[in-house]
Design a protein around this ligand. Structure first.
Ligand SMILES: Nc1ncnc2c1ncn2[C@@H]1O[C@H](COP(=O)(O)OP(=O)(O)O)[C@@H](O)[C@H]1O
Ligand SMILES: [Mg+2]
Length: 261
């Protein structure tokens, strides 16, 4: 049985102009435990909509969505979310306190939650920075804290919506490598959203390419069977996957551009 199952899911937004907009329709997706799934698509195709529904922030207008066989009814600790921006950390809590908050809310005793928070702080490479406040940390460090905070709840699934999108290229490359290392250690199921093909081929075990909206679905799913040493642009194997994904995506980019005019 898959860990996550979307079946014929639809999301229609009511809009202020009164004309509803169907972002997703007939959307099917299965995620297995331990896989790193990158959802790739053009801007506005509905990636965030898919993630927000799985996170429990948005309710589908139709179809079913289950985690571990149970319907998703709202947010839960089994799904940890990492957002793109840097405004989701609590700025009145230190880095360590941010990470320990989930375990605190779930009633873990103080000593245990401190130990757990320190463990994840080390895992994201910030063992020395726990006493700092979010505003005292760089964008890259803040994203590491967000990842540690999500992991501290011991989620089955990590949901990441363009988490490195706002970072400079160098920090982004570093964090991609870090995330791979962390994923190899934790083996969470990851749903990672990006519009960047390089990022998807660097990280994913599978890549799902979405169609341009409206009423978007998955256009294709590609297995990415690359060894760690091939997860670089200089590898011919990397470029083969890159070109395959690029071909799938480029039609959708021109479609989206035509619709915008
Ligand atoms: N709350 C909302 N109300 C109305 N339309 C929305 C809302 N959220 C998203 N949309 C529309 O749904 C489509 C998909 O949005 P989104 O999932 O954010 O795309 P992506 O993350 O792929 O850029 C877009 O056309 C967007 O304008
Ligand atoms: Mg988005």
């Amino acid at each position: 049985m898959s860990l996550v199952a979307f079946r014929n899911v639809e999301k229609t937004y009511a809009s202020r102009s009164g004309r509803p907009y169907t972002a997703i329709r007939g959307f099917d997706l299965d995620l297995a435990a331990g896989e790193f799934f990158c959802l790739l698509g053009t801007s506005g195709c509905g990636k965030t909509t898919v993630l927000n529904m799985l996170a429990g922030f948005e309710h589908p207008s139709g179809g079913t969505m289950t985690v571990g066989g149970r319907p998703v009814r709202g947010p839960g600790r089994d799904r940890g979310v990492v957002f793109q921006g840097n405004d989701s950390l609590y700025d009145w809590l230190t880095a360590l306190e941010n990470i320990a908050l989930g375990p605190r809310l779930s009633g873990l005793p103080a000593a245990e939650r401190r130990a757990r928070a320190n463990h994840y702080l080390s895992l994201v490479g910030l063992a020395q920075q726990g006493g700092k406040y979010p505003s005292e940390l760089s964008g890259g460090m803040q994203q590491r804290i967000q990842i540690a905070r999500a992991l501290a709840n011991d989620p089955d699934i990590l949901l990441m919506d363009e988490p490195f999108g706002a970072l400079d290229a160098q920090t982004r490359t570093t964090l991609q490598a870090e995330l791979l290392r962390i994923w190899q250690a934790t083996r969470n199921c990851v749903l990672f959203i990006t519009h960047d093909i390089d990022e998807a081929v660097t990280l994913a075990t599978r890549i799902g390419v979405m169609r341009a909206g409206p009423a978007s679905t998955l256009k294709a799913v590609i297995d990415v069977d690359l060894a760690p040493e091939d997860r670089v642009r200089t590898s011919e194997r990397f470029m083969t996957v890159y070109r395959q994904v690029h071909a799938l995506l480029s039609d959708e980019v021109s479609l989206a551009a035509r619709q915008a005019h």
